[in-house]
Write a protein of this length. Sequence first.
Length: 82
Amino acid sequence: MCSWMMHSRLEPMKDFARMVRRHFAEIVACFEHPYTNAVLEGADSVIRNVKRRARVFRDMDHSATMIYLTCGRLDLKAVTTT
């Protein structure tokens, strides 16, 4: 496909063919490994939001605790005090 595109008189077609050739390994890998980093991006977004809210904390331990409470999927209903 890229070879006939390179012989085209249309410069955008040639540019596209060059781009496909440059990124061919990544394009194939996308189909071989259909995993995305969406989960990590979501967790990063939550952590950034916690950091933004936690600016008043004076200690990094308090910030880390807030991150664990927000992202840790803790079942706080199971913890009871009597």
